[in-house]
Design a binder for this molecule. Sequence first.
Ligand SMILES: NC(=O)c1ccc[n+]([C@@H]2O[C@H](COP(=O)([O-])OP(=O)(O)OC[C@H]3O[C@@H](n4cnc5c(N)ncnc54)[C@H](OP(=O)(O)O)[C@@H]3O)[C@@H](O)[C@H]2O)c1
Length: 287
Amino acid sequence: MTQLNSETILITGARGKTGRLLLDRLLDQGVREVRAGTSRPADADLPGTTVAFDWSDASTWQPALEGTTAVYIVRPDREDAPELIAEFVALAGQAHVVLLSEQGTELLADDDWAPRVEHAVRSTTENWTILRPSWFDQVLTDERFYLDPIRSEATLPLSSRGGAIAFIDAADIAAVAATALGQAAANHQRVLTITGPEALTIAQVARILTDELGRPVTAADPDPLEGVTGAFERYIYAQLTERVANGDYAVVTDTVRETTGVAPRPLASFVRENRADLNGEIPSART
Ligand SMILES: NC(=O)c1ccc[n+]([C@@H]2O[C@H](COP(=O)([O-])OP(=O)(O)OC[C@H]3O[C@@H](n4cnc5c(N)ncnc54)[C@H](OP(=O)(O)O)[C@@H]3O)[C@@H](O)[C@H]2O)c1
């Protein structure tokens, strides 16, 4: 076990779904210095040490990395991510790098974007762990995804063609990430596929929403490319939908329990906790 009280850990995307929870967890675990990386440091109200970190401004990278023993990289979903990440990881020296990737990346071609992002890490440092989570429960409470239609239209419009997804709570991903960062030697060059306890079709998720929210919510299967304009975004969304339909995100693993000793949280429990938000009774916490 690493001595956490001698660690300096940088979290990129520290205001995001996994980053924010990871920040609290590492501070609770007594990590000596936890750096909360954000591209908007002036707006940030974060525990730990807030540092400027912007994928679009390489001058922020070295100061954020200075003296770090480990780094959590939230993959930026942009076309040049493989190149940016290779450059950034090269600056990280011997620090242990934990990359947040996605479930089923091994099923894609080597020259697809997601495998190229992982390759950028593995070919630049020997000190890595790759996390491959399934879809986060938090897409239901994120206004960039499904919060507004669930609230206002009582619909879950997630293109799936009947495919299932092993939804995972971001808190469980953060718990696995904290272990990977805190026990670097034990997680050296490991790839961890992280899922919730069961794979659910979108119709099943709509049923959970209906039961837990106390009002009918129906599943819809819209055209995933409707309103998506950029070439890279269209490539990502088309591939995502294809992969849901193929069942790439439906494989269930026991990684959360094996890594943390605690079973992953069922989606129904997440929905219950966020009932007021999903019913539009309180302003949502947005990232
Ligand atoms: N959502 C899912 O279900 C899911 C499932 C599997 C994998 N993933 C992958 O996980 C990653 C995170 O996904 P997410 O959409 O849920 O995002 P998120 O972690 O909730 O938020 C993204 C973070 O990126 C930061 N950010 C934005 N612009 C930035 C910039 N220029 N430089 C540095 N940081 C910047 C934002 O914080 P600041 O504004 O403070 O900088 C924000 O905290 C993505 O690669 C996604 O593909 C997501």
